[in-house]
Design a binder for this molecule. Sequence first.
Ligand code: F0G
Length: 441
Amino acid sequence: MTASRSTLRCHDANCRKRYELSEVIYSCATCGSLLEVFNSFDGVEGSGLRELWQERRLSRRRIDVSGVWRFREMLPFVTDERHIVTLPEGNTPLFEAPAAAAYAGLDGLQFKHQGYNPTASFKDNGMTAGVTQARVLGMQRVACVSTGNTSASMAAYAAAADMQAVIFLPAGKIAYGKLAQALEYGALTIQVEANFDRILALVRELAVALGIYVLNSVNPFRIEGQKSIVIEMLEQRGWRVPDWIVLPGGNLGNISALGKGLRELRQLGLIDSLPRVAVIQAEGSAPFHAQFRDGGELRAVRKPETLATAIRIGDPVSWRKAAFEVGTVHGVVESVTEQEIADAKAVIGRCGIGCEPASAATLAGIRKLVKAGAVKASAEVAAILTGHLLKDPDYVYRYHSGQLETPSGQPIRATFGNAPITVGHDRGRIAELLERYARPA
Ligand code: F0G
């Protein structure tokens, strides 16, 4: 691998202070804004990259097998490939989903499913880069606060790199599948009686004091890794840019990565236009939607609520980066109700695809935007499903059996419910049931 052509840089256009890649720092010492990895692509021939990346699909080298490091010309911060920690990640499918398209009122719809990653969420695309940088820096301990997926991912990559993972979780507010992963991968797991935003502020302080590397999305290297989601999606589309890319928004790292990835792809000449982007939040945790609608500074939601616990965040740390990316592509931010998320999720399930609740906010949001006329029925739309169906089986069971309630205790209708049927060991009774539920030919 070549000499690095990257530096750390303050994201604020009025500051732009630079830092060495080797510094353990997440926000600007001068102005406090988040940092980004600034990549100089001088001398990189964009025109040859499509073929090079395609050829690597035939290779068995571990850095070519990864759906992140296969695109390593766009992550030029690693100079020695022996540092790379890969499980491997990425290489996730892009599905056509006609039934979901019909539900949303679109002619067609694609889902890029990041739940097909090693720990079953999009976090793995970023975590491979974040833990690799931790290894470059010689860190022994990594930490994060998480609504569940970041912690599951970090625990796995830290285990693979033989580092200690310390994870902080909002007590009682993460889906069981995610907690189970963290425990199994051996992370030191600390449940704190506070919400995500308050714990993150504490962990950022503690980590500096204790010399622990923070792998939340304040970490700019994680953002670099997550760019690969949109790179791979466009490669799968034969580099045809869709009209819209839609994704859920929580702490807003993913939209920041998506926007940066798109801008860099255009800079390299791999695409010649930018898609519009829609970020969808859950109504009870939608500070970015309010900021988009009202302008000005983001006003934190003090008590964020949603059953889509992955995006139960009231004070998204990357909102300025996200606002910049949304503005660049003339994007929109929307919010959806618990009922809309639950029904959209079941529809995605009926496509044979499935996802966790936060991911389903995409389909609910698209449906709302189509109804409002903001997205045309004929538009080419690709949505990112961020996590796997089995991350939150409790939600699934409650929905289908008509027991799901909003955080304030309102019942959620099982519009597409599919409750299991219990029956005695009785041939006649079972035959009768099959008859009753037979599909018309
Ligand atoms: N979807 C899922 C499944 C998530 O786990 C998250 C974030 C998001 C969407 C939102 O992404 O924060 O980049 O805007 N989960 C984080 C976590 C916060 O701790 O796992 P974002």
